[in-house]
Design a protein around this ligand. Sequence first.
Ligand code: PLP
Length: 376
Amino acid sequence: MSKIEMVDLKGQYLRIKEEVDRGIQEVIDGTTFINGPQTKRFAVEFADYLHVKHVVPCGNGTDALQIALMALDLEPGDEIIVPAFTYVATAEVIKLLGLHVVMAEVDPDTFMLTAEEIEKLVTPRTKVVIPVHLYGQSAPMESIMALSEKHGFYVVEDAAQSIGAVYTFADGRTAHVGTIGHLGCTSFFPSKNLGCYGDGGAVMSNDEQLGERAWRIANHGQAKKYHHSLVGCNSRLDSIQAAVLLAKLPYLDSYCKARAAVAQAYDTAFEDLEWLEVPKRCGNSTHVFHQYTIKVVAEEDRDLLKEHLQSLGIPSMVYYPIPLHQQEAFKDVRYPLGSFPISEQLCKCVLSLPIHTEMKTEVLEVIIAGVKSFKL
Ligand SMILES: *Cc1c(COP(=O)(O)O)cnc(C)c1O
């Protein structure tokens, strides 16, 4: 059997090789490498897929977050609430823009922000909340949007890990993650659920004005060439990446289903193991399983399990080993160790197992047997 990987991008490519190769060749033949027809077409098709008015393709997911924040009229010192348990990009852009990072505790079962935790932190300077849809499902958007109306802050969704997931509101209305807040952001990093073959990202919005501003900001603040009405940046999805995404977008839902099938098999196999917890599903969201993240009940076992799997040739990853407030770059006297006990605990007990669109039954069986053999 070949080496077991966290993700199998090669196997995925081989199944759509013809479409991808043709798309890339067309870009080279056309030589419009930046803002070519592929990028424009992808923006339209992705907006159709998401049922959202504006898609602004950009350089990567981190840029998407920065562009989204730049599109809002913020002032130095304005406060932005983010989860203490997240990927660093979410907070990085806040600091880069001279804004204030306010960290919030997450829910121990969903790993995400809750409206209750957010509300404890709201001040008159709270301008934005960034819910991170971690691992593949939606944060509780209905209650977060209700809070946003009550307190008048913006919501910028970080949907880098959950594109394709659908959220259902109490009245039965559904919406894709990334299209519910005032602005949404996603990443097309190769290993994401919809990944290109380099860097890529997008900002989404149903708000006419914010969508237009985001588009200008990503393009040097210009609506018309060489007329700069805003200070922007240079952040573009190049045509080759757009061609790859155009080839892959029609498969996104089937990719999510393939991941969910792997998750289901893990769930069933681990049902009786009392020393681990399988990922809990949020009631109002589908789960697209960017990660299948278990919790090891006894935290001292987590690294031992990782080593055990490693010895069997099974990779696993810790997303994330250090909470935001304990990162060197984000240390703050307001947040000493112990400030976010749940986030701190999660960093010690989470472990993500291989999950991707090309998982073969025999590989899945090896991984399952490997996990089960940790405590026989
Ligand atoms: C991947 C990721 C990002 C950043 O995306 P890049 O394209 O790598 O810049 C931001 N937030 C979260 C939660 C992510 O997983």
